[in-house]
Design a protein. Structure first.
Length: 174
């Protein structure tokens, strides 16, 4: 579960933040237990608004906000609905956009990975060039990443044939 889901918000009926009208957060043996949708909502708010969140610099610190409407969980849930299946997480369709009804969806980790800029900057042709240059032994992964404008982790997956596998070998990235 994402950070923020286990925080001390809404510990119980005596808390000013306790909301008895939705069943997405309940107390079990004195511990707060939340649905995955609630955890996604809480994580989104935390990344955008909590300067102490480890990922704040990539979200709130980079200007990413969330819809004013989504300050209330029941409105977030009304707009997004339940996750279609386990393993889905909250995803922004355009990473440069904010968390809004039009820009968000429930997506798998694979779909989210393909939505990242570093992934989208790569093509089969670039992956092939990276493999060929890496095989020469003249370049290290960090140099290739800088040369092609992609993350070193993407270069690592390419050189290990985990992503952007040759068409003869099958898939294009995961």
């Amino acid at each position: 579960m994402p950070k923020g889901c286990h925080s001390n918000h809404a510990k119980g009926p005596n808390s000013s933040r306790w909301n008895p009208f939705h069943k997405d957060v309940v107390l079990v043996n004195g511990r707060r237990v939340a649905t995955t949708e609630y955890c996604s909502w809480q994580g989104m708010k935390d990344r955008c608004a909590n300067k102490n969140n480890q990922d704040y610099w990539r979200y709130g610190g980079a200007g990413v906000t969330f819809s004013k409407r989504w300050q209330k969980y029941h409105l977030f849930l009304q707009d997004m609905g339940r996750k279609p299946a386990p393993g889905y997480t909250l995803d922004r369709k355009r990473n440069s956009g904010n968390y809004t009804k039009r820009n968000c969806r429930w997506a798998t980790r694979k779909t989210q990975a393909q939505n990242r800029g570093a992934y989208n900057n790569c093509t089969m042709q670039i992956a092939s060039r990276i493999r060929n240059l890496y095989k020469t032994g003249e370049f290290i992964q960090v140099e290739l990443a800088a040369r092609f404008g992609i993350a070193q982790a993407v270069v690592s997956r390419i050189t290990r044939n985990v992503s952007w596998i040759d068409e003869k070998g099958g898939e294009h990235g995961h």
